[in-house]
Design a protein around this ligand. Structure first.
Ligand code: 5RP
Length: 236
């Protein structure tokens, strides 16, 4: 169910504030990773303005085709993946974060590229509205990227782990499954409460056909979380 319009406007304003705060973490000459989702899109818009005004010279790689298209349109210079490429700073959103800055990501289906860039980054900065900060992960269904051939067995294995799985469908064409940028399927697992994220991450990694899961553990260095009109800096 969608939140009422005013609540959703407020969350959108909170996302914009967090994105604006993140822009102040960008230094001239940095190589950046660009996240995916509505909060990351606000950041990319602001970054594009700073690049156009000549305030910042940066280069960037995006975590999705959508973010890449947005960055290209705004004139942000883009880098292709290559050996040795490291990111000074990656700015990305999250679906949930706990006080230790463990994350659930992948609501936008970009979890694989998001984890690749997060891992290749010196600093992963998360930007989020107040609804994302939770005492315990798991209310948000945990996304998996799955090789199509493996789907039936992955669904069995995840159900056995206690996270009823739901195959994600394409929003525009609900008869069709949603596909990641890599052409894989997306499965959302309803654990409700994840009491031991590290153990669950290990279990998910061992299921053949699971390309990546949306638990991001030990990756975020800081988070900018807006509460009303204040942006708080949280660290693990
Ligand atoms: C995409 C993600 C996003 O960061 C996450 O879904 C948050 O999105 P939004 O900023 O729109 O709330 O992980 O795969």
């Amino acid at each position: 169910m969608l939140p009422p319009a005013s609540a959703s406007n407020q969350l959108n304003q909170e996302k914009q504030l967090a994105a604006a705060a993140a822009l102040r973490w960008v230094r001239d000459g940095m190589i950046l990773g660009l996240g995916t989702g509505s909060t990351a899109a606000h950041f990319i818009t602001l970054l594009g303005e700073a690049v156009r005004n000549g305030q910042l010279r940066v280069q960037a790689t995006a975590t999705s085709q959508a973010s890449e298209a947005q960055a290209r349109e705004l004139g942000i210079p883009l880098l292709e993946p290559r050996r040795g490429l490291r990111f000074d700073l990656t700015v990305d959103g999250a679906d949930e974060l706990d006080p230790q800055l463990r994350l659930i990501k992948g609501g936008g289906g970009a979890l694989l590229r998001e984890k690749i860039l997060a891992t290749a980054s010196e600093y992963l900065l998360i930007i989020a509205d107040s609804s994302k900060l939770v005492p315990q992960l798991g209310q948000f269904p945990l996304p998996l990227e799955v090789v199509p051939f493996a789907l039936p067995w992955v669904l069995d294995a995840v159900a056995e782990l206690g996270g009823p799985p739901v195959l994600r469908h394409n929003r525009q064409n609900p008869q069709e499954p949603a596909r990641s940028d890599q052409g894989n399927l997306l499965v959302d697992c309803h654990f409700n409460q994840i009491s031991d994220p590290a153990q669950l991450a290990t279990q998910l990694q061992t299921i053949p056909g699971v390309v990546e899961h949306g638990l991001f553990l030990g990756l975020a260095r800081a988070a900018l979380v807006t509460q009303g009109e204040q942006v708080m800096v949280a660290r693990p």
